[in-house]
Design a protein around this ligand. Structure first.
Ligand code: ZN
Length: 305
């Protein structure tokens, strides 16, 4: 089977496998050496094996947090797959290389985790990538990636099911974790190497799944009010100076406190300062959220120019 046929096939069966479409396309197109997958059922795994006999799929039991999880690695190259299953979650540097992440982003990641106590889910990580960028590029928007976000803590699994519940009826893409061009945490939201990966994945999606590409691009290229990885709001709007003007909020929706969400829905303007997030309807102040620290509420503007 030639690559083009394989790429088309992925789009056809992708939603039945629980794989991230963009990652799967990247592996087949030779843009990504290895991908990690957690299958919800044996049938997803079997579907890959029977449809893509050229791929190597190795699975193993991994302990994450205090839970045992069955994870698989998939690659076109048997040796890469073997190396990946051997160092899964034990050698982050090697794993980053096998997953095709840029060197600068791997180094930044290792530097942060070797020198501090913060976890991958900490809002500080997002804030650093934001602070390191002159202008956030939507191709590097990783805020809707879930594969590395849920580290099996009870609280996070609960938030994740709330997130799914909120978007169940609204959502438009068959698989849940498709809203991404890149899979990794970028060293900055204008990291050149991450943008390049994003462009490559975007053009694969454009070619093989144009309807899905439109939705991903639309969703990723918006201003986002960020509190933490389960508390964020996506706006149809634009940022002018420090003021975010918006018409409405758009999916995906996250489980925010009811009052804050209600005020945001009633408003049309957000102003963020170092100490507070204030919601306005025109010039009328509707609500003031007092920030606990600098990272507790800031706007990442991923709008296209
Ligand atoms: Zn980078």
């Amino acid at each position: 089977m030639n690559i083009r046929k394989e790429l088309k096939k992925i789009v056809d069966i992708g939603s039945r496998t629980s794989l991230v479409l963009s990652e799967f396309l990247a592996v087949i197109a030779g843009k990504k050496p290895v991908l990690i997958a957690g299958f919800h059922s044996e049938s997803g795994k079997e579907l890959i094996k029977s449809n893509f006999p050229n791929l190597t799929l190795f699975c193993g039991e991994i302990i994450i947090g205090n839970k045992q999880k069955n994870l698989c690695v998939i690659s076109r190259n048997k040796s890469f797959a073997k190396q990946a299953i051997e160092c899964l979650y034990s050698d982050n540097k090697k794993m980053g290389q096998l997953l095709g992440y840029p060197k600068c982003c791997i180094e930044k990641y290792l530097q942060v985790f070797n020198t501090s106590e913060i976890s991958t889910n900490s809002p500080t990580i997002t804030h650093q990538s934001y602070r390191n960028a002159k202008k956030c590029n939507f191709l590097t928007n990783n805020l809707f990636n879930f594969s590395s976000r849920i580290d099996c803590k009870k609280e996070q699994s609960k938030l994740y099911s709330q997130y799914r519940g909120l978007n169940n009826k609204e959502f438009f893409i068959s698989s849940w974790n498709n809203l991404q061009f890149i899979s990794h945490i970028p060293c900055s939201y204008d990291c050149k190497k991450s943008i390049k990966i994003g462009e490559e994945i975007d053009s694969l999606l454009k070619k093989y799944a144009p309807d899905i590409e439109k939705i991903i691009r639309y969703t990723l290229s918006k201003p986002i009010l960020f509190f933490d990885l389960f508390k964020l709001v996506v706006f149809d709007g634009h940022l002018k100076g420090d003021i975010l003007y918006y018409n409405k909020i758009i999916p995906p929706y996250f489980p925010l406190e009811n009052l804050l969400m209600k005020k945001i829905k009633n408003g049309n303007k957000v102003v963020v300062t170092k100490s507070k997030v204030e919601i306005f309807k025109n010039n009328l102040s509707l609500f003031v959220y007092q920030k606990k620290n600098e990272t507790d509420g800031f706007i990442l503007d991923f709008s296209e120019d």
